[in-house]
Ligand binder design. Structure first.
Ligand code: FPP
Length: 261
């Protein structure tokens, strides 16, 4: 298939692809809102959890392809602070997925030099979920390849509120002056302080909203939406998103190239 040739090339020729004769850059950080598991299952008259199980397989597929392409960070929105409102059986199942996924995929992640990280309130997770995440984070902490970053029990507004409280506490304690607060200061108080901002955001399943995901971090990110449900999302679709990204003209509010004349 076309994209496997593409991978071989990018693996040797790190970070670039030859698209339409141009040398283009692979996005460093890709964030994905994985949506549509429930609908995928419903279409097949299956329980919603079957959709999540299938969705977990897609996570593996996309982590592999991101690694092959030389993406630096892949952030996956796996469970929001609002997802606790779902029926207990579904929440319990979702909370068992990191354990299943990380246990199965850990040997391959070690081979691939993938580093597991997470953003979100870890303390609000069940013990067994926390243990699985901690274990994977510990085992992969020295890996220098793709950062596979799970957003779990994550809500962007809560993250921003927490950052504001910590900034205020540091101001009160005299560690920080109000005048010295800049956008970079805010960045440093967010859970993503160590990561580059996402270059590309993908949302599957036809929904066109952010659902409280990385509101600050996505300020200049390119968005790409697809009707494909997450369990049906695959390498080809992922590449389609990257190709679309490569055709975008990122101006960050300014002008570029010929537009200057
Ligand atoms: C949204 O689809 C999806 C979720 C809330 C869960 C996403 C989780 C996975 C893809 C598996 C996670 C895997 C790991 C490794 C942690 P939905 O249920 O809202 O779908 P719907 O909108 O069609 O109902």
């Amino acid at each position: 298939m076309v994209f496997y040739n593409f991978f071989k090339k990018t693996k040797n020729d790190k970070k670039t692809s030859d698209l339409d004769g141009k040398i283009e850059v692979i996005p460093s950080h890709i964030a994905i809102i994985m949506d549509g598991n429930g609908r995928w299952a419903k279409k097949r008259a299956m329980p919603r959890i079957a959709g999540h199980q299938e969705g977990m397989k897609t996570v593996r597929k996309i982590a592999r392809v991101a690694d092959e392409l030389g993406v630096k960070v892949l952030t996956l929105y796996a469970f929001s602070t609002e997802n606790w409102k779902r029926p207990k059986t579904e929440v319990d199942y979702l909370m068992s997925l990191p354990e299943k996924f990380l246990n199965d995929f850990l040997p391959e992640m070690m081979e691939r030099n993938i580093c597991v990280q997470m953003i979100g309130e870890k303390d609000g997770l069940p013990e067994h979920t926390k243990r699985a995440i901690n274990n994977a984070m510990e085992k992969t902490k020295n890996n220098t390849g793709l950062i596979l970053n799970f957003a779990l029990n994550y809500g962007s507004r809560a993250e921003i509120v927490k950052a504001m409280k910590n900034i205020m506490a540091d101001v009160q304690e005299g560690k920080l002056s109000i005048e010295a607060i800049t956008e970079e200061t805010v960045n440093q108080y967010l859970m993503t302080s160590h990561l580059p901002e996402p270059d590309l955001l993908i949302r599957t399943s036809g929904e066109v909203r952010l659902s409280n995901f990385m509101l600050w971090q996505l300020a200049y990110t390119e968005f790409w939406f697809t009707d494909t449900l997450w369990p049906d999302f695959d390498e080809e679709k992922f590449l389609e998103a990257i190709y679309a990204y490569q055709r975008r003209n990122r101006r960050y509010g300014g002008l570029k190239g010929e537009e200057l004349y």
